[in-house]
Design a protein around this ligand. Structure first.
Ligand code: NAD
Ligand code: MG
Length: 399
């Protein structure tokens, strides 16, 4: 068995920590080569010591100093600094597999560098595909990278697809597949009275009924913008037209998604809501390896419910479909405006229901400028910066 040398981008986050948990169960096949973190530097030092990582990447010299101060002793990893070092480490010749688990479009350059270097890319960072789906998938194809989705829905769909043990970037829908059925929990506000939504707090929005995740994706789950990002993600990963992707609300989060075939068969992947399952699937692919997830108790669950999403309660889902139809530039704007609005909401600077308003206004104003389709990383980042600037103004102006 070939030892995989794994680079975990965003190792201190929710996905990063779950990844290290799975890696630690398989010392015979998985080793940590590099780790990266943005703010929780003390946790990074503890992780690097526990995994004997050879490289760590931090954002700036201040973080480097904090890492040195927190280092518990033993063989010190090489410390690399800055965004370029992050991309270079993802492409490091020693690395075989890259877990892209940075949150937001900030993770795009390093995820793209991993694809460009032909690595096995385990993609949790959905914002990378939303902002640059065409570019990212083309890079995977042209550079011979392998792409394994970590997002539980896309991992479920991948598992239900015919893929012949190869993880490639398709250019057309898999033969025989009619539709993708993307399940959504509906988040913490699925059944809350509509007038109460004006007053919900960041902590309420982050209290997801089924999953423990980082705060940004937790708010996205509450607005269901997360499901919108996932529709766009599924469009790119599986080369599936938007009208053949259906969102179904399934509050128990046990069916992680489904693939419907031409003959009427529907294949579903089920499991406990625990990200170690898709992470272990991708780390072991095409073999199945232990994830630490316990037995599945269907009888204890009793029932599984399904319903259609309410697009009035969840305007962000409608806006995502509109952005996907409008094209790549609108998707960049959708994601950027959301990142800005969610950040302001988490800082108590705007109310929850303003998130959707800011995204909608940003999309309207950006589309009035007749945005060209961004084809390169620089063009994507440029458009992303423009949309962030506009969204920040909208947050302040209250319009
Ligand atoms: P998190 O907030 O818990 O962790 C984010 C990680 O990214 C941290 O290690 C942080 O240090 C790093 N980071 C943040 N900003 C950065 C920057 N500007 N530059 C470099 N590094 C930075 O987030 P998470 O919940 O682990 O989510 C990570 C990604 O995985 C997101 O794109 C999310 O949508 C996706 N995802 C997460 C889950 C989940 O269960 N948590 C499920 C599906 C998909
Ligand atoms: Mg998901």
């Amino acid at each position: 068995m070939i030892m995989q040398q794994v680079c975990v981008l965003g190792s201190t986050g929710s996905i990063g920590q779950n990844t290290l948990d799975v890696i630690a169960r398989h010392p015979e096949r998985l080793a940590v080569y590099a780790l990266s973190a943005h703010s929780r530097i003390e946790r990074l030092a503890a992780q690097a010591a526990a995994t004997s990582a050879r490289v760590v990447v931090v954002a700036d010299d201040g973080a480097r100093q904090r890492f040195l101060n927190a280092w518990p002793g033993g063989a010190m990893p090489e410390i690399r600094v800055g965004a370029q070092a992050l991309a270079d480490t993802a492409a490091d010749p020693e690395v075989t597999s890259v877990m892209a688990a940075i949150v937001g479009a900030a993770g795009l350059p390093s995820a793209l560098a991993a694809a460009r270097a032909g690595k096995r890319v385990l993609l949790a960072n959905k914002e990378a595909l939303v902002a640059a789906g065409g570019l990212f998938m083309r890079t995977v194809r042209e550079c011979g990278a392998e792409l394994l989705p970590i997002d539980s829905e896309h991992n479920a769909i991948f598992q239900c697809m015919p893929h012949g043990g190869r993880a490639q970037a398709p250019t057309q829908p898999a033969p025989g597949v009619r539709r993708l059925l993307l399940t959504a929990s509906g988040g913490p506000f699925r059944a809350m009275a509509r007038e109460q939504l004006d007053h919900v707090t960041p902590d309420q929005a982050c209290a997801h009924p089924n999953w423990r995740m980082g705060r940004k994706i937790s708010v996205d789950s509450a607005t269901m913008l997360n499901k919108g990002l996932e529709v766009i993600e599924a469009h790119w990963l599986f080369a599936m037209p938007e009208e053949r992707i259906q969102v179904v609300v399934h509050p128990q989060s046990m069916v992680h998604s489904m693939v419907e075939y031409e003959d009427g068969s529907v294949l579903a992947q089920l499991g406990q809501p625990d990200m170690r399952t898709p992470i272990a699937y991708a780390l072991g692919f095409p073999e199945r390896i232990d994830s630490g997830v316990g037995l599945f108790d269907l009888a204890a669950m009793g029932r599984l419910d399904f319903e259609l999403p309410d697009l009035e309660r969840f305007p962000c889902l409608r806006l995502s479909f509109e952005a996907l139809r409008a094209g790549q530039a609108a998707c960049v704007a959708l994601n950027a405006a959301n990142e800005v609005a969610v950040d302001r909401f988490l800082k108590h600077q705007i109310g929850y229901t303003r998130i959707a308003c800011i995204i909608e206004s940003c999309l309207e104003r950006m589309s009035a400028k007749a945005m060209p389709r961004p084809d390169t990383l620089d063009e994507v980042l440029d458009l992303d910066a423009q949309a962030r600037g506009l969204a920040s103004e909208l947050c302040i102006s209250g319009s």
